[in-house]
Write a protein that binds this ligand. Structure first.
Ligand code: ATP
Length: 401
């Protein structure tokens, strides 16, 4: 009988045969998931010889869930994801029918997964527009629950906008013309604090030396600027043994983690000119959206970019590739499973099965370094001959041994 992963004060308790739910997803989801499951199971066998295995448990969401149950996100799926804490998913179609929110957003909300985590790291064989792409090795912690994504927006010609304009004029003296739409950018102390705390915990656990808070506080003092101030406060209050702010040490942190901040526009220069300065990046939702795509483009693009959505405080994590359903290449043996494979590798690290995670990482890197790449990468690598999803997977499996 397999056992569930549990969470206590000491952290995750992982049995040798954990139940891990998976959602295959829509579009190319089933293709990249099939490759991932095969590679992970093979790596576990190579490393643990049956001593440790994952009991994969399928749950439904997206188009398949709708076709089979009439619901895009069935209650049983949410119950299973909540109960099992750690899960992995493929990309999901957002239903076109009016009124239904993106399933990814719904999943994050329902499970309160407040941090979106994206590692970006170059290795040989990946195309990059940079002259020294090997300097890129960072993990982005993007706040997942608020900012302009909170969904508080009203159209310029709506009654709500008219009332709000009147109220803002009467209470704050703000003059907005009659044709102005209004959106809210909520940034709270609670959400900012827990996001920066998660980034700091990661930096401490993984022995990173630098953490950068990215914000646009010079323009938005009480939202973006507050994010920086609350973030710094967490570092001072909770991580003083491990970390120090740039201003508190004149830039010389000794053996502690150096925590600094960057205005978002300067950060976009930095990731091109001096990417080695940034190892862990903590930022608000919208900045994180821009930054993670810009950084992904520097190391091969969305076909190789993994991600996770976390709630550290409840021990929950949902792993996923950054890319979408890619309807243009479905069923054509063209999908690159690397992003999904690396998402599974992150999952294995999370449950402490580091040997297996390292083994998968090495196998995928060796495959790509030898020029065995799918069409999305081959198009940008000189002299590369594209191979299909299945041949790529078989080559990785050969390296897994
Ligand atoms: P969605 O609407 O679900 O977001 P999308 O096609 O608009 O899907 P993505 O899937 O993120 O957005 O990607 C855009 C394009 O990048 C795809 O059309 C596809 O050509 C390519 N692409 C994305 N992921 C992969 C992958 N894993 N392997 C190969 N090509 C990919």
């Amino acid at each position: 009988m397999p056992h569930p992963i549990t969470f206590a004060q000491a952290g995750l308790q992982v049995p040798d045969d954990p139940i891990i739910p998976f959602i295959q997803g829509d579009g190319i989801g089933p293709e990249v998931w099939a490759a991932t499951r095969q590679v992970v199971d093979a790596a576990l066998w190579t490393i643990y010889r049956g001593r440790r295995t994952i009991h994969w448990s399928e749950v439904l969401a997206g188009q398949r869930a709708y076709d089979e149950t009439g619901s895009w996100l069935p209650d049983e799926t949410l119950t299973s994801l909540t109960a099992h804490l750690i899960a992995i998913k493929g990309p999901l179609t957002t239903p076109v029918a009016g009124g239904i929110r993106s399933l990814n957003v719904q999943l994050r909300r329902e499970l309160d997964l407040y941090a979106n985590v994206r590692p970006v790291r170059w290795f040989p064989g990946l195309p990059s527009p940079l002259r020294q792409p090997e300097l890129v090795s960072a993990v982005i912690f993007r706040e997942n629950t608020e900012d302009v994504y909170a969904g508080y927006e009203v159209a310029a010609d709506s009654e709500e906008a008219r009332l709000l304009r009147g109220l803002l004029k009467a209470t704050c003296g703000w003059e907005l013309t009659d044709d102005t739409g209004i959106g809210l950018k909520p940034i709270s102390r609670t959400a900012s604090t827990r996001l920066v705390r998660a980034a700091m915990r990661y930096a401490v656990d993984r022995k990173r030396q630098r953490v950068t808070l990215v914000h646009k506080g010079n323009i938005m003092k009480y939202t973006e600027g507050a994010f920086r101030d609350w973030g710094y406060q967490v570092v001072r209050d909770e991580f003083a043994d491990h970390a120090v702010l740039f201003d508190d040490c004149d830039g010389d942190p000794g053996d502690r983690i150096l925590v600094q901040d960057r205005i978002a526009d300067a950060m976009f220069q930095d990731i091109l000119l001096s990417p080695e300065r940034h190892q862990v990046i903590a930022t608000t939702n919208l900045n994180g959206d821009y930054l993670s795509d810009a950084l992904a483009a520097q190391i091969g693009g969305i076909g190789v970019s993994p991600g996770a959505n976390l709630n550290d405080e409840l021990g929950r994590a949902l792993y996923e590739a950054v890319h979408g359903t890619a309807p243009d290449i479905v069923g054509r043996d063209l999908a690159n499973p690397t992003a999904m494979l690396f998402s599974a590798e992150m999952l294995l690290r999370r449950i402490g099965w580091t040997d297996a995670a390292d083994h998968i990482e090495t196998a995928v890197e060796a495959t790509i370094a030898a020029g065995a790449v799918t069409a999305d990468l081959a198009a940008r690598v000189d002299g590369a001959r594209p191979i299909g999803t299945r041949e790529f997977t078989d080559t990785v499996l050969t390296h897994i041994g």
